[in-house]
Design a binder for this molecule. Structure first.
Ligand code: ADP
Ligand code: ZN
Ligand code: ZN
Length: 683
């Protein structure tokens, strides 16, 4: 009977790596403690939470020196999640302790007491668009998609499948039936959605269909309520987990199906350490438990194009996708093209609804002095400050720095301050003054609105019902969407939040302003993002009645825009794959980005150069890799940054080589004070 527990202490220090051996007292042997159990252990002079990662009969440590755990906590994680955490630590160049924090019950590292918690029933809001509680009869395309999932579940083999269905083609109904099939085989289900707040309809349909079998891990669920949902899953009382990226760690045993809805969404990538990608973790988890991975999108990523695909080429209501007109803005001096202005006025006169996307928050992008040319910029970052007129401040969208909106130039004293560009706040103001004479509300949805309303600051926002009862950002977004849905007519404007999977049957006009804005990012995914943004917005339009889309741009010939206007995702993907192959970008290679930051730019650059030097000595993946950089990034939060990008044919050896090079440079005296971040598959 194993008497030694190998325990990984939950400390975030990178230098400290377990596991460490502890002697199990009699009462904790023989099954009471297993891989995945949580123990409180003496560690130096502290008590820390530790996770059992292995059991053994003997230890290299002398028996007299072995310590015993202080106590065991009642409910640990399944053993398979410990193994998955090990994989994540390796794959994303992190530590096991950090990876384990992802799979532990909510709040575990903060609460060491292990006292019993009361089960709290999580609050459930009425889902947006809860119109059809009873299942639809599937159409032939849906049937075919479901059949392949059923077949894989029946054989119990790993299976990855892409559900490539146009917007409104009924992908969710396929997920629901697939989940039903998995349950009937005694298997658990994980459904990943980009953001709960922006996908309340998908969540609502699962809750409606499966009731208490579903646990929803809302990001707004906190403390006891969140733990209660986790516990229902851990104890098998709930067998389906719906949630954002972290739900991929749901403590479900015997997972048979993992669904990733809207797989193209960048929110699946986690930006903290470990910088995991929930899509890759889901694929690994599915492989480990012989489960089916079903990933759905109308605009799949180039990475997903390699999978066998089921297609839903038509909308369920038989309506065509709305025609998209590209409006050339070269030579236009007003923000709205005359045809856009006319189309919005027509919607108002017809008492209809429209959605307008402008992927830029605030009032003006930047301010400058008309006399001396001073541009207001962030004291901590090399970026311009954005004016938020309603709040009376200018803000940095990178570090959060704020200062009062200037009344005069601090250099020359001039009171003539020019405002450049327009964001959602200004757009709301202008559309309200042009269109709304009292009964045509202009709703705004962006991060400022959700944050301000949540904080009680109450930035004016259309005629939102006075009390939505929501006090957190997620709840605010949901309440706004419900208000727009419930309104008789009006316009919803906002950042990319307005283009997510909402299903409103009465929107007849979609407008994308500055459609090429996302193209100008220096990022190899810029084209894919632009294509998907336009296609997804078009997806919100013309469900239930005829509709159309207008895309304003100064780059009407751009490939992403032209393909989106034709709803040609196959053509776009084919071109994109060709381009990626020519440039040796993912999915034809793996990228690893290392960012070195320091207060002085020379120190950041020296560290990056040193890493580059080490990588040249031990080229990742047998010389198949290449290193780009160092290249300077803009100063952020008072730190100068230099980045290296490693391109490699094979991921594991490259991750290892980069990890070793970074550790060596980080440990060197001359690079003290430099921060390092390693991002595998940066987004
Ligand atoms: P997608 O996720 O592909 O954009 P949805 O799953 O939101 O599409 O489906 C759009 C609408 O069609 C939903 O209201 C859904 O209930 C309905 N629906 C799904 N399948 C069918 C079907 N076979 N027949 C009729 N309506 C359906
Ligand atoms: Zn000035
Ligand atoms: Zn800043």
């Amino acid at each position: 009977m194993p008497s030694i527990a190998q325990v990984e202490p939950m400390t975030t220090a990178r230098a400290l790596r377990g596991p460490f051996d502890y002697r199990l007292p009699e009462e904790l042997r023989g099954g009471a403690v297993d891989v995945g159990s949580m123990l409180v252990v003496p560690f130096g002079r502290r008590e820390v939470l530790g996770v059992v990662v292995g059991l053994a009969d003997s230890s290299d440590v002398a028996a007299g020196k072995l310590l015993a755990p202080l106590r065991a906590l009642e409910l640990g994680v399944p053993a398979e999640m410990v193994a998955l955490a090990g994989w994540i630590a390796e794959e994303y160049c992190s530590t096991l302790a950090r990876a384990l924090t992802l799979v532990l019950p909510p709040g575990a590292t903060r609460r060491l007491s292990g006292r019993r918690r009361r089960d709290v029933a999580p609050a459930r809001q009425l889902p947006v668009g809860a119109r059809a509680p009873q299942p639809h009869a599937l159409n032939a395309d849906q049937e075919a998609a479901l059949a392949s999932v059923r077949a894989a579940l029946a054989t119990g083999e790993v299976h990855e499948r892409l559900l490539h269905g146009v917007t409104g083609s009924g992908k969710t109904e396929v997920y629901l039936r697939a989940a039903e099939a998995a349950l009937s085989h005694g298997r658990g289900v994980i459904v990943l959605v980009p953001e709960i707040a922006l996908t309340p309809q998908t969540v609502g349909r699962f809750v409606e269909r499966f009731g208490d079998t579903v646990a929803v891990l809302h990001s707004q669920l906190r403390g006891a309520a969140r733990y209660a949902e986790w516990r229902r899953l851990r104890e098998g009382r709930a067998r389906i987990c719906v949630g954002p990226r972290s739900a991929v760690f749901a403590p479900i045993e015997h997972v048979g199906l993992i669904v990733i809805d809207e797989e193209h969404e960048s929110s699946y990538k986690h930006e903290g350490d470990p910088r995991y990608d929930a899509r890759d973790v889901a694929a690994e988890r599915a492989r480990r438990s012989d489960a089916v991975l079903l990933i759905g999108s109308a605009t799949p990523r180039a990475e997903s194009a390699r999978l066998p695909a089921s297609r839903l080429p038509r909308r369920v209501d038989g309506r065509p996708l709305p025609p998209v007109d590209v409006l050339d803005m070269r030579g236009e001096d007003h923000g709205l093209h005359p045809r856009t202005a006319q189309a919005l006025a027509d919607v108002r006169d017809a008492r209809g609804k429209a959605i307008v996307l402008l992927n830029r928050r605030g009032w003006s992008n930047f301010l400058s002095c008309r006399s001396c040319g001073l541009v207001w910029s962030c004291p901590h970052c090399d970026v311009a400050l954005v004016l938020h007129r309603g709040g009376g401040f200018v803000a940095c969208h990178h570090c959060g720095h704020r200062e009062p909106a200037p009344e005069r130039c601090r250099e020359c004293g001039s009171i003539s301050v020019a405002r450049h560009g327009a964001g959602t706040e200004r757009l709301q103001h202008e559309l309200t003054s042009v269109l709304d004479s009292g009964d045509f509300p202009i709703f705004r949805l962006d991060a400022d609105v959700t944050a301000a309303v949540a904080a009680g600051a109450g930035e004016r926002n259309g005629r939102r019902p006075a009390s939505t009862g929501a006090s957190d950002p997620d709840g605010v977004a949901g309440a706004l969407l419900r208000a727009f849905e419930g309104a008789e007519s009006g316009v919803l404007i906002g950042t990319q939040m307005v283009a997510k999977g909402h299903d409103f049957p009465d929107v007849t006009l979609g407008v994308v302003l500055d459609a090429d804005a996302t193209l100008r990012f220096p990022d190899f995914r810029a084209e894919e993002r632009t294509f998907s943004l336009i296609a997804q917005l078009a997806g919100r339009v013309g469900r239930g009645r005829d509709g159309r889309v207008l895309a304003q741009t100064i780059a009407p010939q751009a490939r992403a825009i032209a393909h989106a206007a034709r709803h040609d995702s196959d053509g776009f993907l084919a071109g994109e794959l060709e381009r990626r192959r020519a440039l040796d970008y993912p999915p034809f290679s793996h990228l690893i980005r290392v960012v070195c930051s320091a207060e002085e730019s020379t120190r950041a650059r020296d560290a990056a150069t040193a890493i580059r030097g080490l990588l040249a000595l031990a080229p990742p993946a047998d010389g198949a890799g290449s290193v780009l950089g160092p290249a300077s990034l803009f100063r952020l939060r008072g730190r100068e940054r230099e980045s290296l990008v490693v391109k490699a044919a094979q991921r594991r050896p490259a991750v290892r080589a980069v990890g070793e090079a970074v550790s060596r440079v980080a440990a060197a005296r001359e690079h003290q004070g430099v921060h390092f971040s390693v991002d595998v598959d940066p987004q």
